[in-house]
Write a protein that binds this ligand. Structure first.
Ligand code: GLA
Ligand code: ZN
Length: 669
C-alpha cells in the first residue's frame, strides 16, 4: 500500500514551528514558485505538541496542516518521537540510553531513546495515537512518517532484561543457546539466563563493536536491537491504525545502514523510504545500490526518497556543495531506480543549532533568486511535466544481488582471515560491475524468491541461512548462473563454522573445495593474468572439484592455482571468485556471467552513462538515461521512443546527445 498522489510528491522536511507566522506565508509563496506540493512536518515537534506529560497542544500543527490543505499541498505527517522533550528525560531517566561503554546518558541530542523503556514506549505511542485521532481525516494527510532514522543501540539494564526474554524466545533453552554460541569456548557455559549480559565494552568487547570474544552473542544482540527498535515502530503504527485504518505508514531508513537489519522491518512498513546522503566522492553506483536495496525491501514496490540535500550537508568535517546539475541528476537517478517521491531535507534552513548551515531550498536570506532555489524550481517544473507516468512502475530485473545484514555483521566482526574486507565495498564492486554492463538489478534478501532471475550474484555471503543453498542450486539447475565469492558459505546462522569443506553449503554448487587461505596487507598485490587484473586482501586456495579454472593467481606458492572458477551445474553454471579482484577484474567476470544470458544493456559501452528501466502498471516501458560525466554523451538510440520531458520523438538509430550531467526519460514504443 503506497501513498496515492497524482504525481511524484515533491518537497521535504519543513519545520515551521521554528518561525513566526509571516515566515510561513512567505514559505508557501516560495513553495508554489518551486512546484513544491508535499511537506514533511512534525519530525521534531514533540516538546511543542506535548509540553508536559498531561498537556497536549496541537495548535501549531493544526495551523500547519490547515494551511497546507488550503494551499493544495499534501502532508507527510511525522509522529515526532525521535527527539525527546526535556521533561520526559528529566522525569523518567530510563528513557536515556546507556552507551557501549556503559555510561547512562542524560538529556540532549536526538535519536537516543532507550527502545526498551516503558516510559518512552508509553509516551511515544500515546502521542502517535493522539495525532492519528486528530488528523486521520485531514484532507492534507498523504502518509505517516513514524519517528526518524531509527538506529544506534542501548546497553541499559532494561535492554539487558528485554534481551534475555528475546533469547528465550529465540533459543528456547539454555542448552540450545550454549550450543548456538559455542560457549564451551573460554568457559562461557551459561547456567542461568540472568548471567547473560548485553555484549558491550564492559563485557565481551574490546576495541569497539566489531571486536567480540563471542560472535554469537553479538550477532544476537544486533538482531535483538533491530527488533527492539522495530517494536517501537510497530507500537506507534498500531496506535495510528486504531484511528486511521488506511493512510500508508513508513519510517525513513538510511540505505546501507549497518546497525539495523531493514529486512526484518520490511514486512511491517506499508512502503519503504530512505534518506540518501552518499559518502563524499562516492561514485553514482553507491546511491543506486542504496535505492535498489530500499526497493528490494517491499518486493520491488516503489519507495520514497524521503530526504536528500538540495545543496550541501552540514554533518561532515567538510561539506561540499552539489554542483550545478547534480541535484537534478541525482533526483532522476532515484526515480530511475524506483523512487515515487523526491523530498528534501530541508525546505527552510534553521536559524540556529547544528544544522544551520545544512543546505535548504530556502536559505537564511529567504531569496528565490539563488542558484539552488532556481534548480529546485526547474526540477519542480520537470516533475510536474512528468506527471503520474512513473508512479507505481517496477524494475524488470533479471539479475538479483543478495544483500544480507547477518553476513555483513558476521564478516566484519570476524577475527580472521582479514579485517580489511569491507562488506559494502565488496558488494558494491559486484553491483557496480553489473550496472556498468547495463543490467537492471534487484537487491534482495537471502530469503527472496529467486525464480524470476537468470543471474544471482552472492558476493561475500559469509553467513548462509536455511534453505538458501538448494534454492541457489535450483537457479543453476534450470539454466541460470550463480556467482559467489571468497568468504562466502563460511558460517551458519549462529556464526558457527560449517563442519564441512569451504564454501560449506555452496561447495557442491561451486564445484570447489577450499582448505586454506592467505591474507595480506592492503599494499600486497597479486596478479591474475587471465583477467588482466590484480587481487588483494584474501587469497583462497581453491581445489577444483568439478569446476574449471577461469583465472589463476600469478604469485606465491599457489601461483597457477585457480582464483576464479566456473562449474557447469544442471543447465546452468556457478562461478566462484576466490579473492578480492580489482574493479576491472570484477567487471570482466560479471561481464561474462551476464553475457551468457544476454543481459547487457544497449548503452553498456558508454562508461559514464547509466541506463535504468521501469515498467509502469499499464505496461508503459520507461528508460532513464543518466549522464554522470561533465561532458556531453552522444548515444545512438537503440529504439524508437518519446523523450518525456521535451515531448521529442527519437527514432531508432538516431543520435541522442545527453547533456553534461543530463538525464532523459524515454517512453519506449
Ligand atoms: C538526517 C535527518 C534529518 C537531518 C539530516 C541532515 O537525514 O533525518 O533530520 O538531520 O539528516 O543531513
Ligand atoms: Zn536500553
Amino acid at each position: 500500500m503506497s501513498p496515492q498522489s497524482p504525481k511524484i510528491p515533491y518537497g521535504g522536511d519543513y519545520n515551521p514551528e521554528q518561525w513566526p507566522q509571516e515566515v510561513q506565508d512567505e514559505d508557501h509563496r516560495l513553495f508554489t514558485r518551486a512546484g513544491i506540493d508535499t511537506l514533511t512536518v512534525g519530525v521534531f515537534l514533540w516538546s511543542l505538541s506535548q509540553p508536559a506529560e498531561d498537556v497536549y497542544d496541537f495548535t501549531a500543527l493544526d495551523g500547519v496542516l490547515d494551511r497546507a490543505a488550503a494551499a493544495g499541498r499534501q502532508v507527510c505527517l511525522a509522529t515526532g518521537t525521535a527527539a525527546l522533550p526535556p521533561w520526559l528525560a528529566a522525569r523518567y531517566p530510563e528513557v536515556n540510553r546507556t552507551d557501549f561503554e556503559g555510561r547512562r546518558h542524560r538529556y540532549g541530542q536526538r535519536h537516543n531513546f532507550c527502545p526498551s523503556s516503558p516510559a518512552y514506549r508509553r509516551t511515544a505511542t500515546a502521542l502517535a495515537e493522539r495525532l492519528a485521532e486528530r488528523y486521520a481525516a485531514h484532507p492534507a494527510l498523504l502518509a505517516w512518517h513514524v519517528n526518524n532514522e531509527y538506529g544506534g543501540a542501548c546497553y541499559c539494564d532494561l535492554c539487558g532484561t528485554a534481551f534475555r526474554h528475546w533469547l528465550r524466545e529465540r533459543h528456547g533453552s539454555l542448552a540450545a543457546l550454549n550450543d548456538a554460541w559455542w560457549t564451551a569456548f573460554w568457559s562461557h557455559r551459561y547456567t542461568d539466563w540472568d548471567q547473560i549480559e548485553p555484549p558491550s565494552a564492559l563485557t565481551e568487547h574490546w576495541r569497539g563493536p566489531d571486536h567480540t570474544a563471542l560472535q554469537g552473542i553479538t550477532l544476537d544482540y544486533r538482531r535483538f536491537m533491530t527488533d527492539a527498535l522495530l517494536g517501537c515502530f510497530t507500537a506507534e503504527k498500531e496506535a495510528i491504525r486504531r484511528h486511521d485504518p488506511e493512510t500508508p505508514v513508513t519510517t525513513n531508513f538510511m540505505g546501507m545502514y549497518r546497525p539495523v537489519d531493514y529486512h526484518r522491518w520490511a514486512p511491517h512498513l506499508d512502503f519503504a523510504s530512505w534518506d540518501c546522503y552518499p559518502p563524499l566522492d562516492a561514485p553514482p553506483t553507491w546511491s543506486a545500490l542504496g535505492h535498489d536495496l530500499m526497493r528490494g525491501l517491499k518486493d520491488g514496490a516503489p519507495f520514497w526518497l524521503m530526504e536528500q540535500t538540495p545543496s550541501t550537508t552540514a554533518c561532515r568535517d567538510v561539506n561540499p556543495l552539489r554542483r550545478p546539475g547534480e541535484l537534478r541528476l541525482a533526483t532522476f537517478q532515484a526515480v530511475a531506480h524506483g523512487a515515487d517521491a523526491a523530498l528534501f531535507f530541508q525546505l527552510r534552513a534553521s536559524r540556529g543549532a547544528c544544522e544551520k548551515y545544512h543546505g535548504a531550498v530556502i536559505g537564511h536570506a529567504g531569496r528565490d533568486d539563488t542558484r539552488v532555489f532556481g534548480e529546485v524550481a526547474d526540477l519542480g517544473k520537470e516533475l510536474e511535466l512528468l506527471g503520474p507516468v512513473t508512479l507505481g512502475a517496477r524494475t524488470p530485473a533479471r539479475t538479483a544481488l543478495l544483500f544480507d545484514w547477518d553476513s555483513w555483521w558476521a564478516l566484519e566482526m570476524s577475527d580472521g582471515p582479514s579485517r580489511l574486507v569491507g562488506y559494502q565495498e565488496t558488494v558494491h564492486a559486484y553491483y557496480g560491475a553489473a550496472r556498468a554492463a547495463g543490467a537492471d538489478l534487484d537487491v534482495v534478501p537471502q530469503g527472496a524468491d529467486l525464480t524470476p532471475y537468470d543471474v544471482v550474484l552472492a558476493p561475500v555471503l559469509h553467513l548462509v541461512k536455511a534453505d538458501l543453498a538448494p534454492r541457489l542450486e535450483a537457479v543453476a539447475a534450470r539454466g541460470g548462473t550463480v556467482l559467489a565469492t571468497f568468504l562466502s558459505g563460511r558460517v551458519d546462522e549462529h556464526d558457527r563454522a560449517f563442519l564441512t569443506d569451504v564454501p560449506g553449503p555452496l561447495a557442491d554448487l561451486m564445484g570447489v573445495r577450499i582448505d586454506e587461505w592467505d591474507a595480506r596487507p592492503a599494499e600486497f598485490v597479486q596478479t591474475v593474468p587471465e583477467l588482466r587484473a590484480t587481487a588483494r586482501l584474501v587469497f583462497e586456495i581453491v581445489l577444483p572439484r568439478g569446476a574449471e579454472t577461469v583465472a589463476t593467481y600469478g604469485t606465491d606458492f599457489y601461483a597457477g592455482t585457480p582464483a576464479v572458477t566456473r562449474h557447469a551445474y544442471g543447465k546452468g553454471e556457478a562461478w566462484y571468485v576466490a579473492t578480492a579482484l580489482d574493479q576491472p577484474g570484477v567487471d570482466r567476470v560479471v561481464h561474462r556471467v551476464l553475457a551468457r544470458h544476454g543481459l547487457h544493456g544497449p548503452y553498456a559501452g558508454h562508461p559514464t552513462v547509466e541506463a535504468a528501466q521501469r515498467v509502469a502498471p499499464d505496461g508503459t516501458r520507461l528508460l532513464f538515461l543518466l549522464n554522470h560525466a561533465r561532458e556531453a554523451a552522444p548515444l545512438t538510440a537503440h529504439a524508437t521512443a518519446t523523450e518525456l520531458l521535451t515531448g521529442k520523438r527519437v527514432e531508432q538509430g538516431e543520435v541522442l546527445t545527453l547533456d553534461p550531467l543530463g538525464a532523459v526519460v524515454l517512453r519506449l514504443q
